[in-house]
Design a binder for this molecule. Sequence first.
Ligand code: GLU
Ligand code: ZN
Length: 502
Amino acid sequence: MDVRVRYAPSPTGLQHIGGIRTALFNYFFAKSMGGKFILRVEDTDRERFSEESLKDLYDTLEWLGIDWDEGPVKGGPYGPYVQSERSELYREYADKLVVEGKAYHCFCTAERLNDLREVQKKEKKSYGYDRHCRELSEEEIDKKKSEGLKSVIRLKIPLEGKTSFDDLLLGKVTRKNKDISPDPVLMKSDGFPTYHLANVIDDHFMKISHILRAQEWIPSGAMHILLYKAFGWDPPAYCHLPMVMGKDGQKLSKRHGSTSVIEFRERGYLPEALINYVTMVGWAYDDSREFFTKEELEKLFSLEKISKSPGVFDYKKLEWFNGQYIRKKSEAELIEEVIPYLKKDGIISQDVTEKEMLIIKNMMSLMTERLHFISDISELARFLFKDIGSYTLTDIIPKKMDFKGTIIALEGARELVKGFESRSDEENEELFRKKSEEVKVKLGSLLMPLRVAISGSKVSPPIFGSLRLLGVEKALERIDHVIDLLKAAVKNEVNKEDSNGQ
Ligand code: GLU
Ligand code: ZN
């Protein structure tokens, strides 16, 4: 069988983790089977449609490198692949069902349906259409039409019996017909089909072989089967994917953290890391292997290894994956990655100057260890490009030390910074160690004020490397400035004490 699968998002919101997990499973399944991956835009809900979501869909897939074989822009033999451009087809097939007595026009007004809902609410029944128009006679229908009344088309769900489909993962799924939402709308009065009708018609005409989609669509499954039956078509194979949940066992949602892919992208996650980790949520190759490139997954992915139980999306784990992927990158690759962030944050010029490029090249090896996200680069590297605007004195003064002690430590460190560049790191370390004994502070307490003085932050890259990058002259300037600040603060304290004593 030719494998043809599709990702069929509705552009009514930003692409989120659950959505792209579905996209990735479809994509990898198609690739691993030598099949086709189709993108279809299900934009029939005109009220919830947004251009922004559509753009986000394309941007996200491009960023992840998920390319479609058939779909919007690219085209293909069964297009168009945007549902709003296929209205004629849906109308034609809905009318066909009406003619064959498998569907019917319903003229109920929004008002009547609202009243019905109110009554059912009061009676504590779940809402369902009461099949009011199911048995209208032809004369009644013609009369209403000639009066210009608007109608929707509803599918006749059999009143008895049950409907099942085979799910590759879950086995046989059966539903009593009386439990299926009574007579779902297929065509709305605005001339657009509902998701159900368009989805089934398109999967049929686009020759989709397998439907891999989220488990939330299971309840619709039986109804779709009835639609296939009504048309006399064979349904595709189904595989409803395990849920993506947070660590607390609830469906992943904003409560757990970012869920839209664009947020991960802006935060500085690498697409490779996201692809790898998201594919591991609900799929595993074996008990141990965790790292896969996209190319490897294109070969190794298989439906048999999808898990039946829900997958947990662990933010910390993804963060860790991201760090691993950053460290796998070559220096040249990382340079490419960080430049857009440095520009965006105003650390370097839009047209990178030669001088800036030189600093970037020199600094990269030092930064890698500290990068959890590509976006961390701006905070880490700022001190190499910009003057430090202000210092937080509490950051400068190590625990259990005071202003005066810190001044002594910094003055000690200052002496060593002077000849710093001509010595090796080992020699410098040795000297700093000796100095710390001499001024009677821990090595850490000697280095921390120095670190803050030259970088403005407690989390700079390794200190010796940072000093070399910044250059002794600049470093001394900054140290002197901090010493001045501390001295001024001491004076202030003294003055305060004096005035208190008066
Ligand atoms: N448009 C539906 C969605 O947004 C597609 C569901 C399906 O794959 O059948 O999830
Ligand atoms: Zn009706």
